[in-house]
Design a binder for this molecule. Sequence first.
Ligand code: NAD
Ligand code: UGA
Length: 468
Amino acid sequence: MITPIKKICCIGAGYVGGPTMAVIADKCKHVQVNVVDISPQRIADWNTQDLTKLPIYEPGLAEIIKRCRGDNLHFSMEIEKNIENADMIFISVNTPTKKEGIGAGKASDLTFIEKATREIAKLSRGHTIIVEKSTLPVRTADTIKQILVNTKNHNPSGENPTFDVLSNPEFLAEGNAINNLNYPDRILIGGESKDAINSLKEIYLNWVEESKILTTNLWSSELSKLAANAFLAQRVSSINSLSSLCEASGADIQEVKKAIGSDSRIGNKFLNPGPGFGGSCFKKDILNLIYLCEFYGLEEVAQYWSKVLDINKWQTDRIAKVVFQKLFGTITGKNIAILGFAFKANTNDTRESPAIEICKKLMQEGAYLNIYDPRVEKNQIEKDLGKNYYQCNQNRGSWNNFDDLYLAVENVDALIILTEWKEFDNLNWQLISTKMRSPAWVFDTRSTKNILVAKKYGLNIWILGNHI
Ligand code: NAD
Ligand code: UGA
């Protein structure tokens, strides 16, 4: 029998839990959506009256929060009560790479998943559908089922609860999350129970056409999420590897991109060269895939995916080297402006941002960095780079944060564009050229529109994947 879903609980109010539940609440007014988290700060931030201060910046998110919060969307730390009352529970907790123990550096750390599952097992009443929203290794649903069955339930009536477990991975990309959630390419639901699958399907049918809802077995669904991220990351590493060949050979990566992307079998999306992919998931999910391959004895397959990560690291590392070489082989005591610190545009997320590694490398060589990003706050940069001061070997580098791009470029020897923020497409290069110290260099890692205008004002330019 299909369980009609009236109350949803989502465990984890992060980049996935927050926006995903906001959209479900927006589209399903008949469902009460309770998002819970163990972090008091996260919950306080979701409940802020000043909607510009939500914990996550996503275009369109604040409007939904305004429409739904307090009505059928609630953020709280009331984990126990909301688990008890829920018909359906989404697990959207973080699944970082393990730092210690068996599989360290590759396998997913499932501590948060396990803890959340134990809470569910202890507190649930009646029948509950558990939905894996987090990205997980294949066969995690087995572990979840075992914990659910083997943990003692605290229900005073003594009645044992029952569960169905589904996999419903999330494919949203940050900066475009609301759009992706409103108009998904597909919804993937893996499971064993047809009724449970249909209950979740009913939720999505409120705004997604049926042909876009794919149902599979549990393991295909879990693996497809890792595979999708691996394929996307592989495309970025492929184009990045060619960017260096373009620089060396005189080809232009933009022309190559257009030529190969015009082949409908290849397609023109996700072919932008850059300083290396960042974000919380590509690296961790490929490491997870590699670990799984090794676990199943598929060494060659593991090595194949490892190369995607190797190229990515190599690409990030070579940016700092190029800057160093162009600035006459020394950047000690030189001022360099960093334009963009987020791992991509339209987000304030800096997790695994290539900017972090590049800034660290430049500071290790003794550079003074002026960092400007339209969305990343100073305290986040401090978490990523340490206090304003960084010391390595005998060289002393440091960084400063600027809210105004034109102040950040004052008296710098070079500026480096690291995030593809739209506002960088139309910079006042004439003004910038008067502020920089000559000979001044512009390093563009994001194929910024109109960058060649800078050349007109006497600035030296290096463009990733271009032989100028
Ligand atoms: P996040 O770190 O932003 O959020 C996770 C939240 O879970 C945190 O706020 C944490 O406090 C909370 N949490 C952890 N354990 C808890 C518990 N026992 N009870 C209550 N709350 C708990 O992570 P995220 O970026 O939202 O990612 C979550 C999952 O979704 C990961 O598996 C990730 O791979 C996957 N994913 C992320 C994205 C993305 O764009 N960030 C996209 C698709 C899938
Ligand atoms: C990615 C996937 O696109 C989502 O489908 C997936 O749900 C998500 O990971 C996840 O599982 O977390 P996200 O990391 O938010 O989303 O952002 P992307 O747009 O994929 O960009 C990732 C990185 O690749 C960024 O650093 C971006 O600058 C870089 N990138 C992307 C390029 O360098 N070139 C491109 O053409 C595309």
